[in-house]
Design a protein around this ligand. Structure first.
Ligand code: URA
Length: 430
């Protein structure tokens, strides 16, 4: 079998067999199939799609491209969560300590930013010293010892996804339902999760812009998970506007810390409470969503969730003084509050434009392996449905480059849509 024939078959809209998919995944995991062929193949998949059976085969091949973590004996029920990617989505930074504080041990492997969407690892790496490269043994030991882990995908787990993910980020091949479904589910299967809450984002700042596409992705992922013997719940959540107020790595860490102190933005807090409640139900610690939510609220109100976050940061080598005094995070050189230039009701706060502007400021990558600037980003002061008066703060830019700041400032004004009549607030979940 030759890699080029697999690429040609997909280019010509053929259905790949399980054997062809395994050959291709094995080849690029071992480094026998070079990046340029993998990129061409990914583009063919993006353009021509995959059948559910091809996607399932791809998921299983990627999951088995490395070790499959066995968490029996480490936790009673391994519950995990994963978001399909969005703008301002710092949910794991709050939900993990919340559920762990409630007594549900939770170890998660996250990713770096992908396209315009932020990545949990880039956010956590803004805490000096924080390690995201734990080995599988360290992962298990930490989960046993403190009940919480938030790290990168270990090289031993689903290495095929690790390679493909980094290539997709810089080859315009992120937005593909089969590639997203197999990327997420291969990681979850490999990391030993028995029950999974999938947060499927929908809207302008998500990879799935319509509810129909998001449903297809959610159903595909739940089907793959169930086929692999996992219990899966998928939520469809809004990503037309950023989640919370902060977009950008350390700005989001600070917002997560505020939320753990019960001072975070209401939409983000509510989102975290609902995701936590689902995890607590799947982990059999809560009988229903209502009691799961109350447990999560208590973990925040009593400070136990914040304490878990501190313990997590300390365990992974991060400087906890930044968690205790978030003012220590380096501030960008240019911080400017941009004010509304008219009265009106906000009808759009375009998450995609904000995500792209954040990457343009340096918070994301243009090429594989590029460094990211942790300090830059935006604070969005107003949301869809808000009535705004001329002169009120609309957003704050944090930039380290004066030219880039000017460039994104005007562009970002266009992310805000206006109406003269009242506009309903957007729902958090669909
Ligand atoms: N999250 C992932 O892990 N993979 C994707 O492809 C998209 C979001």
């Amino acid at each position: 079998m030759r890699a080029v024939d697999v690429i040609i078959k997909k280019r010509d809209k053929g259905e790949l067999t399980g054997e062809e998919i395994e050959f291709f995944v094995d080849g690029f995991t071992r480094g026998d199939i070079p990046d340029y062929q993998v990129s061409a193949w990914a583009m063919a998949v993006l353009l021509n799609g995959m059948t559910p059976s091809e996607t399932t085969n791809l998921t299983l091949a990627m999951a088995h491209s490395g070790e499959i973590l066995d968490l029996t004996g480490v936790v009673d029920i391994a519950v995990d969560k994963h978001s399909s990617g969005g703008v301002g989505d710092k949910t794991s930074l709050v939900v993990l300590p919340v559920v762990a504080a409630c007594g549900l041990p939770c170890g998660k492997m996250s990713g770096h930013g992908l396209g315009f969407s932020g990545g949990t690892l880039d956010k956590m790496e803004s805490i000096p010293g924080y390690r995201v490269n734990l080995t599988t043994d360290e992962f298990k030991q930490q989960l046993r010892d403190i009940g919480i882990v938030l790290t990168g995908q270990s090289l031993d787990l689903a290495p095929a996804d690790g390679k493909l993910y980094a290539l997709r980020d810089v080859t315009g091949t992120v937005q593909s339902i089969p590639l997203i479904a197999s990327s997420i589910m291969s990681k979850k299967i490999a990391s030993g999760a028995q029950a999974i809450v999938l947060d499927v984002k929908v809207g302008l700042g998500a990879f799935m812009e319509t509810l129909d596409e998001a449903r297809v992705l959610a159903n595909l992922m739940t089907d793959i998970g169930r086929l692999a013997g996992r219990e899966v719940v998928a939520l469809l959540s809004d990503m037309n506007q950023p989640l919370g107020d902060a977009v950008g790595n350390s700005l989001e860490v600070v917002e997560a810390i505020n939320t753990l102190h019960a001072h975070g933005p209401a939409d983000f807090r509510e989102h975290c409470l609902q995701v936590s409640a689902h995890m607590l139900v799947l982990g059999q610690l809560a009988q229903d969503l209502e009691s799961g939510r109350r447990m999560a609220e208590t973990a925040i109100a009593t400070g136990t969730a914040f304490e878990k976050f501190r313990v997590l940061v300390h365990a992974q080598g991060g400087d906890v003084s930044f968690v205790d005094v978030p003012g220590k995070f380096p501030r960008a050189k240019f911080v400017e509050v941009v004010k509304a230039d008219r009265n009106g009701n906000l009808s759009q706060v375009n998450a995609r434009m904000i995500g792209e502007a954040t990457v343009a400021l340096g918070a994301g990558r243009a090429r594989k392996g590029d460094p990211v600037d942790h300090a830059v980003g935006f604070i969005i002061h107003r949301k869809v449905g808000d009535q705004v008066e001329k002169g009120e703060p609309l957003f704050t830019i944090h930039a380290n480059d004066a030219a880039k700041q000017i460039e994104v400032q005007e562009g970002l004004r266009a992310a805000f849509g206006w109406s003269d009549t009242p506009v309903a607030a957007l729902p958090l979940f669909y």
